[in-house]
Ligand binder design. Structure first.
Ligand code: URA
Length: 238
């Protein structure tokens, strides 16, 4: 952890510009570990520091790792065009901190979405070399057949891919329900694979990434939580 002046600490946590953070401190809106501080130049060790800003506690974190239960009709793109962006579901501080989604879910896909302001983490998680399985529950338009399951396991050829893409696992969960596990994260991959196999994806939900399941996190649609190290460790399991 590093030593930083109070205005820089506030800025690093996404409370606004340096000028705005200085004003907050000077106006008496900021306490550190329960003690009011009005001099923005005061230096603190940022390890395990709790700020209180406008009476709201805020644990100082160098980087944030977030799980969001993405609802439908929310966009992951940086410049959402038809629906609100995922950042609207998080406190404003995260937008200032440049928190971004790790990969994307389509606007109509629900489920587990990771978000972070740690560039190398985002890059590593999104790398095609990283074979972290992602578990999807798909609702199909036509009934799930054994032939569909076999085709998805054997591999289907998508237009712009050099080789067929295979599901790591594919299990019929109901007449119109399929659990499909993918290791790649290609654009609209589940929907395109289902279409290439002669069916149609009528609904899609991501229930887990690696060993991290939405069920274990116990958040409901639209909710988010910080992930701790033991939860992050589950992202590497295959
Ligand atoms: N595959 C899709 O088709 N869409 C998603 O949102 C995720 C995986």
């Amino acid at each position: 952890m590093s030593k930083l002046s109070l205005d820089r600490i506030l800025q690093s946590q996404g409370f606004g510009t340096r000028k705005y953070c200085r004003a907050l401190i000077e106006e008496g809106d900021v306490a550190v570990d329960g003690v009011l501080h009005t001099n923005y130049k005061t230096v603190f060790d940022t390890g395990a520091l709790t700020l209180t800003v406008f009476d709201e506690p805020w644990l100082v974190r160098e980087r944030v790792y977030i799980a969001l239960y993405k609802p439908a009709n929310v966009e992951c793109s940086r410049k959402p065009s038809h629906h609100p962006g995922v950042l609207t579901l998080l406190p404003e501080q995260f937008t200032w901190r440049d928190v971004q989604p790790v990969g994307r879910l389509d606007h109509d896909t629900t489920g587990l979405l990771l978000m972070s302001d740690d560039g190398p983490f985002i890059h590593a998680q999104s790398s095609p070399k990283r074979h972290v399985p992602k578990i999807y529950q798909a609702t199909t338009q036509d009934a799930v057949t054994d032939a569909l399951v076999e085709q998805l396991l054997a591999g289907v050829q998508l237009h712009d891919e050099p080789a067929p893409l295979k599901a790591v696992s594919c299990v019929k969960r109901g007449e119109f329900q399929l659990e499909i596990v993918l290791e790649q994260g290609k654009y609209h991959q589940v929907k395109r694979m289902l279409a290439a196999a002669g069916n149609h994806c009528a609904g899609l939900h991501r229930s887990a990434i690696g060993g991290l399941t939405l069920e274990s996190i116990a958040i409901t649609q639209g909710q988010w939580c910080f992930l701790d190290q033991s939860q992050l460790d589950l992202l590497v399991q295959t």
